[in-house]
Design a protein around this ligand. Sequence first.
Ligand code: B1N
Length: 816
Amino acid sequence: MTPKQQHAFDKSAFKISMVQHLTQLGHAPDTAQLRDWYLALGRALAEHTTSDLVATEHDQAIKQAKSVNYLSLEFLIGRLTGNNLISMGLYDAIADAVSELGLGLTDLLEQERDPSLGNGGLGRLAACFMDSLAAQQYPAVGYGLHYEYGLFRQSFHEGAQQEAPDAWREPEGYPWELVRPELSQIIGFYGHVEVVEEAGHTYRQWVPSLKIQAMPWDLPIVGYQSNTVYPLRLWEGRALTPFALDAFNAGDYTHAQQADIDAGNLTKVLYPNDNHDAGKTLRLMQQYFHSAASVADILRRHLEAGHALAALPEYETIQLNDTHPTIAIPELMRVLLDDYRLGWDEAWSIASRTFAYTNHTLLPEALETWSEALIARLLPRHMEIIFEINHRFMQEVEAKWPDDVAKKQVLSVIDDKGERMVRMANLCVVGSYAVNGVAALHSQLVKRDLFPEFDALYPGRIQNVTNGITPRRWLKFCNPDLSNLISEKIGEQWPAQLEQLEQIAQYADDTAFQKIFMDVKKRNKQRLAGWVKEHLDITLNTDAIFDVQIKRLHEYKRQHLNLLHVISLYQRLLNEPDFDMAPRVVFFAAKAAPGYELAKSIIYAINKVAETINNDPRVGDKLKVVFIPDYRVSMAEIIIPAADVSEQISMAGKEASGTGNMKMALNGALTIGTMDGANVEIREEVGDDNIYIFGLDVDGVSELRQKGYQPEAVYHSQPLLKAALDSLLDETFTPGQPGALRPVFDSVMGSGDPYLCLADFADYVRAHNDIDRDYRDASQWARKAILNTALVGKFSSDRSIRDYVNNIWQLEAIKR
Ligand code: B1N
């Protein structure tokens, strides 16, 4: 197959194609709704990307090159249509074509529902990485699950979070996806292990008692200006025998559907937890289903390309996005041992040179363990293999540290204090050729606190790759005015070469440029204010500081610290006649896991405080609090370009990286943040004058813990803080319901403030006062904002991918 030319765009042919797709959907041009036209547009465009996708699959050059397989239970891709138009270089041409059909492109794009196939940063990172792989033409396949329902949709009822199912695919199907029945796989569960004898050898063979079909759906990942389309392959669970005809014929209709119900449940819904392991059986079934189907597909591609099994590590590398696909390691071993009948050493040599593992969190409650009993029941052969991996690993530990029981206890894949549990992270480190953290500080802590013994045993195995974000979606697409301004100054190459933004720094002191830059910010704030007016009926002052905290709701992220600051501003406005402040709008957007009660209480508290402040005439437009419901990628695309201040206020040591921090800085927001995750590296890039750092750092946190931390003492010594906290207990924010916000109060007082909100409060207020002072000097503020945009080129996910390619995967780009 010869490399394909970029498609020459034929406008009239495209319009005809759109009308044909509209007709196939059962609509006529004169009566079709906007939604129908959006579906027709998506399908017409997908024709092009599908042919490129299939061409990539048959590309001999790619088959002879090494590929990365990115295994992730989450891909939070966001809407594809606008992004793909940008990548294909067709945005303006299509805008023109649809206008001749009497349609507005932006209206059409608004019709698309977000594919919310992820919870937060981990899933969004996977999406940015696929974008950067395709843009830079490093051969890649993304493997995920085709959930019928993505992350729940959030609304508020009298301030409390309500969850509704997210049927992200239209009844007509998602226009960009392509089902690939010829690539389906059969995946087993349960059953037993048999011993078979052949030619004097004994082999073990798993006989599963349940089989489910894995049906792949491909979404096209279109490389920016690269002519390359890689598949994001999502597996759907289907009943193997969709209908038990015997039972049906015998009149047992309900029972006949049973298989359908079980298999259909497997990929029904994404687990809505972020940074938390709930340990449910169905989740382990999803993980195995995902891993086994992906491993089978990788081996199929490898063997069809004509390569030897033993050469697998030279042609394929498998990146495990956290421990969620860890079971792929014993699965590959099982296939090599039992199906291909390799010896242990040969199989292990292949597997342990194929896998690499990314750690995304140090939070103990997020580190996955599965009970031996559960694995043995669901995957009996895998449990045997895990024991064998661990047995041989323990011999290695014994050789390195003879008679050291303590070392073996911490390193073992099996935790046998209490019910025996398999530690998935340990299994990953043992079975991978590389392990990485996601920001410099985080990787240091992975080595120092999480895996010090592994780091001693395997020096160099644990590395760092700092996260990144795609500048295509997170600047070019979501902030067209700023993009145009940048292109006028430095040309059009920056979306593929983000380091070039540095050239913008020379305009930081140019008052004319400052004005244009801040005018762009103003228009983005007006766009967001328009959204808020239309959907929430709150009127905002767009001269105010737009102070933004958008991320999952979690105690360690400390939305409640932000809330305490908001309350204290409110109280000072009411109580201190001389108190003056620049007007502020504090934005929150966050989903809480449905089972996370305290997170839901914090949402409720923010909503109640917002309601009170926004309706208090004494406040005027000095302070407003807006909780934007149903945070999702398409909402982030409106909020981020409008942010003046980016809240990154996790307790030091807890946020592995963060990526919203990078998105907002790139769009000219100033960070208020702790020395945590990638904030540390953002500060390094933008300089101390252009970021507001506060609070305890990692060492400060441990020193305070050593000394003995007493939140009550802080409470009694700081009148502003005490007043803010006390207001949670009376009726200030919940008229007629005193104590309704007590859970939030108790979380920082009664149960000891595990994330040190009170300890960091005073310095947080100090940093906000600095922001208030600096914002009032419009020229100084503009300078800082411009320098943020100019100096965060490092955080392009193109750079992250190059780090993986050079330091871990060892891939060559294949130019098509
Ligand atoms: O991964 C992001 C980081 O930028 C964030 O700091 C980090 O919190 C996030 C279990 C997780 N870590 N762990 C998860 C998600 C779902 C789940 O079921 C854990 N998410 C992160 C990208 O590196």
